[in-house]
Structures are given as C-alpha cells and as structure tokens.
Design a protein around this ligand. Structure first.
Ligand code: SAH
Length: 265
C-alpha cells in the first residue's frame, strides 16, 4: 500500500459469537456490530440469516471449517484479520456459539495482541446452553448434577484423548462438542471409566433451529440409535442423568423426534 494512502487509524476486530443457530438468540451487541461492520469474516457454522443483517456494501469472507475440511489455515486467517484491521476496516470475526468455547478465539486474538491491533470479544450462547435449553435437558439440577464439563470429542488418529476419569464422574453432566464421529469411542470410554451402560445420554443435532433433532438413549445404545436416526454434525452429545428430564421438560418440537411423537400420541 502507498504510504500516502495508509489509513490514519487501525481498525478494530470484534470477535463475535453468533449463538447456537437461531438468529434471535444472538446478543443485541452482536446484531449491532454485524450491521455496522465493513468486513465480516465468518465460519461455516453461524446462525441462519445472520449475514442478511450486514450492510449491503459490507464485504463477507467465509473461512468456514467443516470437521475435516479446513478451508483457511489458522495462521493465514490470523494474518487476514491483521491485514484488514491495518487497512482501517471495522472487522467482525463471526463465530458460531461463543468465541471462547472451542472457537479458537484465544489463538486469533493472541495474534492481534502481538500486532497491536485493537479488539473486543462479544460472548454468545454456546451450543451446550442452546441445545440444553431447546431440548429440555437442564445441564445442572439439584437432584442430578452439581457440575458440568464441556469437552471436545474430536477424534485424533481414531481416538479421543481426554481425562475420562473426570468426565465419567457421577452427579455430573458431560457435554461433548464435535463428538459425532467419535460417539462409539466416547460412550465406550465413559462406560470403561465407571458409568453403567444404562446411564442416560442424548444427542442434539442443529439445536435451537427449526432443524433440531433430539435422540435420547443410554451409553450402551446411543451410538446405534444415532446411526439409525442418521444424525450428523453439528451435533452435541450430553451424558448425564439430567437427560432423563427431557421426556418431561421437552417443549420445542420443530421436527418431532421419536420420543416427543410418542409423548404427544
Ligand atoms: N464456539 C462454538 C463451538 C464450536 S465447535 C460454541 O460455543 O457453540 C463446533 C461444534 O459445536 C459442533 O461440532 C457441534 O458439536 C457444536 N454445535 C454448534 N452448534 C450446534 C447446534 N446448533 N446444535 C448442536 N451442536 C452444535
């Protein structure tokens, strides 16, 4: 860039969470920033219709990542954010859910810090909170779970390297993000570390959206049930006795899952 054309101000990067999927679960702050941004750099997995809130002259760049298809390497993405801010742009880096929960938000703002780029972080409703609410599965409950753990179920070389002892504790809810590919291994490990095969477990696909599907089972049968139902990503696995509350507390049924259908019959 010609030094005479260099902008006087460095732009700010807003690292924004777009929530679990339903547009109206996005924060007011996120909605406002999206409507003001010069550039929106977004993931594949963001709330439906969110880009329609952008200015008509805003630039949108998809750097989407599907499980095994990393379109833009992380360091290239970090450099892109720095370049756009140095051009004086107001940049919204839009992510699904919350930017600091399995969102690599930390990595992206570390680069901004190193390069002296001003930034702000806008939290969002993380998938666990969104799916739990819309599936009628409270993550904590005085009679069931006093702690809740969020883990990544992403497979590395066919296995999931986690502290299974901690995740399989009784009176706890464990939530696995990115776990559908590894669901067999996850359920096996939870049983190998002390939970019975009858321990309740559920999968919520596309939680909070009109495409939401919920499958409830137990650790022994969940992988087969999920396969039979044809569940695919994005989906969350919830393990804990709180899952048994779904039958009574489910209130959202855009596409009726088997259990809701039976309950309503
Ligand atoms: N930062 C995001 C998580 C990104 S990791 C957040 O806070 O929610 C991506 C994973 O999130 C997906 O593989 C899936 O496990 C989960 N996920 C995101 N949105 C979801 C949805 N609407 N329903 C079910 N799972 C979802």
């Amino acid at each position: 860039m010609n030094p005479n054309q260099r902008p006087k101000h460095t732009g700010t990067v807003y690292l924004v969470g777009s929530g679990p999927g339903a547009l109206d679960l996005m924060t007011v702050r996120a909605t406002r920033l999206i409507g003001e941004a010069d550039v929106i750099v977004h993931d594949h997995l963001i709330a439906d219709g969110v880009l329609e809130l952008a200015r008509s002259d805003a630039q949108t760049i998809c750097v989407g990542k599907r499980a095994s298809n990393h379109t833009v390497p992380q360091d290239e993405l970090n450099r892109l954010l720095v370049r756009l801010a140095r051009e004086g742009k107001m940049v919204v880096r839009l992510k699904g859910g919350d930017p600091f929960i399995f969102g690599r938000g930390g990595e992206e703002i570390e680069t901004l810090v190193d390069c002296g780029i001003p930034f702000e972080v806008v939290p969002g409703v993380t998938a666990a909170a969104g799916c739990a609410a819309y599936a009628g599965i409270p993550l904590t409950h005085r009679d069931h779970a006093q702690t809740v753990s969020f883990a990544t179920g992403h497979l590395k070389d066919g296995s999931v390297d986690l502290d299974w002892q901690a995740l399989a504790r009784p009176r706890q809810t464990s939530v696995f993000y990115m776990g559908i590919g590894g669901i067999g291994e996850i359920c096996r490990q939870m049983m190998a570390h002390g939970l019975p095969g009858t321990h309740p477990a559920a999968v919520v696909q596309n939680g909070s959206t009109v495409r939401q599907r919920v499958v409830t089972a137990d650790l022994a049968t969940l992988p087969d049930k999920v396969k039979e139902a044809g569940i695919s990503s994005p989906a969350l696995i919830i393990v804990g006795t709180v899952v048994s509350l779904h039958r009574k507390l489910a209130w959202y049924a855009p596409i009726l899952d088997t259990e809701n259908r039976n309950a309503l019959a």
